[in-house]
Design a protein around this ligand. Sequence first.
Ligand SMILES: NC(=O)c1ccc[n+]([C@@H]2O[C@H](COP(=O)([O-])OP(=O)(O)OC[C@H]3O[C@@H](n4cnc5c(N)ncnc54)[C@H](OP(=O)(O)O)[C@@H]3O)[C@@H](O)[C@H]2O)c1
Length: 248
Amino acid sequence: MRLVLLYLIYATMLSVALARRGRRSSAGATGATPEPSPTRVLIVGATGGTGRQLVAQALERGHEVTALVRNPSALGVEHPRLRVLRGDVLDYASVEAAMQGQEAVISALGHKRFFQPTRILSEGTRNLLRAMETRGVRRFVCETSLGIGNSSGRMGLSYTLFVIPVILPFYFWDKARQERIIAQSAVSWVIVRPGVLTNGARRGHYRHGPNVGSYIRTVRISRADVADFMLNQLTDNTYLRAAPGVCW
Ligand SMILES: NC(=O)c1ccc[n+]([C@@H]2O[C@H](COP(=O)([O-])OP(=O)(O)OC[C@H]3O[C@@H](n4cnc5c(N)ncnc54)[C@H](OP(=O)(O)O)[C@@H]3O)[C@@H](O)[C@H]2O)c1
């Protein structure tokens, strides 16, 4: 009984810490200066689940896509408007080289090192932002997760009480750090916080905004729909400097 109580205190305190640590306000920016629609887009995490959807849909939309990947042969996509560059977000030189000539950056960075403290997301994002500021690239759209900042608890009860505190505490802590770094940057950013990701088809309709998600049931969305929403954020100023959730 005492152990259960201690565990619940830990899970609740982690939830509160993630709420305090992440980006807090999800209000959109008003009166934003219009920026030209970006054509040339750098996609980070392109070999991942969301990243592959981003590449495919960005090409469908007519963007000139550069994919920054650790292993170019893993992408397995060829297209006249797709350039694949080898690099690593933790290697600043490769990030700055990829930033040359870009107009926007979309990040679907992730990893599977769940059970150890890491700074891959936060330090990788710091490098992206530094290179953007150096090269004058304005728009940054970054995938994080429901459960951070003022969306804490909104992934559903099983995530709040089990998955995040037991499997993902280090990962979410770094995500919270990542959001904080983005919020402090000078670029035009949008943080996108999806629910649990599926590999389902693109529906093209989903809920988004500061109050989506559920404190009780697990909320989901396909990577295809997340990519659709993220690409919309390249030109839509509704959530500029804000962190909307997105789920079905
Ligand atoms: N799974 C969920 O239910 C869920 C829910 C909400 C939010 N999210 C978040 O959504 C994001 C995307 O998730 P996903 O499952 O679609 O992606 P994923 O399959 O985990 O892909 C992650 C991508 O990041 C790349 N990457 C990792 N370290 C890198 C580095 N040092 N330099 C360059 N690239 C690097 C990976 O490249 P390699 O192919 O080389 O490894 C891969 O392309 C993640 O941040 C995840 O936490 C996930």
